[in-house]
Ligand binder design. Structure first.
Ligand code: DQA
Length: 160
């Protein structure tokens, strides 16, 4: 475990990733996803990270390859990845495989609860390789995800 992964004195870095169409939050199906913009959520996550003693980096991309590359770049550098892959959740095995190469804490986050929506949303191909999935909590999911990262990192540092 290196310093960024929580073993040393520096601030652990959390990479927050958003997939396709989430740049349109606030305008896109507000009855499902709410009125808050992506910027609002990132600001809330940044504040929650600071309160938890963590630093936050963020990337949104509509391209699967960019998300894979960002996960690769987090290897050995970031303590955690929090990811809302958007619709890629349901079929992007490259994200499953990329996340499987990342040793830090991994949390899947969704604004809505995909399990109570259309049947095609009921499968998450990333769920088997993350520590936890938070769904259906809307904007509250961001501070909850950062708190979960803090708790899971603390658990790792105290578990022999
Ligand atoms: C989503 C759920 C996905 O099914 C959908 O394709 C999205 C958003 C969510 O945050 O609820 O783009 O990931």
């Amino acid at each position: 475990m290196n310093a960024e992964q929580g073993g040393g004195g520096s601030v652990p870095v959390v990479l927050l990733l958003h997939g396709p169409n989430l740049n349109l939050l606030g305008e896109r199906e507000p009855e499902v996803y709410g009125r808050a913009t992506l910027g609002d959520h990132v600001a809330a996550a940044t504040a929650a990270a600071g309160a938890a003693g963590l630093a936050l980096e963020h990337l949104q991309s509509n391209a699967e390859a960019d998300l894979v590359a960002a996960i690769h770049g987090a290897r050995g550098r970031c303590a955690a990845v929090v990811i809302n892959p958007g619709a890629l959740t349901h079929y992007a095995w490259s994200l499953h495989d990329a996340l499987a190469t990342f040793d830090g804490v991994k949390i899947e986050l969704h604004l809505s609860n995909p399990n109570r929506r259309e049947a095609w949303r009921h499968t998450s191909v990333v769920a088997p390789v993350v520590d936890a999935s938070l769904v259906g909590l809307g904007a509250d999911g961001y501070p909850m995800a950062l708190d979960a990262v803090r708790r899971l990192l603390a658990r790792r540092s105290t578990t022999p």
